[in-house]
Design a protein around this ligand. Structure first.
Ligand SMILES: [Zn+2]
Length: 162
């Protein structure tokens, strides 16, 4: 952990106190990501509907966060929402977090990667069963790894205790 480094670099005003396991400076993100990835992940941009080839991808595999590589969605939860954005009814356990987004005169629920904080998309409650949720994702924020197996589901695991 190099927590002190951020402060020494004159820590830019973080919108929240939240610390993510993977943290890079804006310059590092710019170097690491393509402009399209940067706009979505770091600037909360939304790609044009239908612009991502992942919208039409239905092969078996795992969708990883394009920012840090954490598996965030499995192909088994992907469905065709007809919106032009890759859509899923559930994320990989613990892989995403949400917060209220009041931009564009709407109240929506923003979804970001739990590891790097990268913006992935939004979640709506008009999805299919079994969750009734629709995770509307930007393909630019995801890397598809064909044939990869998602991390073990939590069925066997005991619930975390404090
Ligand atoms: Zn990430």
């Amino acid at each position: 952990m190099t927590e002190g480094l951020l402060g020494r670099l004159g820590g830019r005003g973080h919108s929240s106190a939240k610390k993510f396991a993977v943290a890079s400076s804006e310059e590092e993100w710019r170097r690491k990501l393509t402009p399209a990835q940067y706009r979505v992940l770091r600037e909360h941009g939304t790609e044009r509907a239908g612009s991502s080839p992942l919208d039409k991808e239905y092969g078996d595999g795992v969708y990883r966060c394009a920012g840090c590589g954490q598996p965030v969605f499995a192909s088994s939860t992907k469905f065709n929402s007809g919106t032009g954005w890759p859509s899923f009814w559930a994320p990989v356990d613990q892989a995403v977090e949400t917060q209220t987004d009041r931009s564009l005169f709407m109240t929506r629920t923003e979804v970001h990667c739990s590891r790097c904080g990268g913006h992935l998309g939004h979640v709506f409650d008009d999805g299919p069963q079994p969750t009734g949720l629709r995770y509307c994702m930007n393909g630019a924020a995801l890397d598809f790894h064909r044939g990869e197996k998602p991390p073990e589901a939590s069925d066997g695991d005991p619930p975390p205790t404090n």
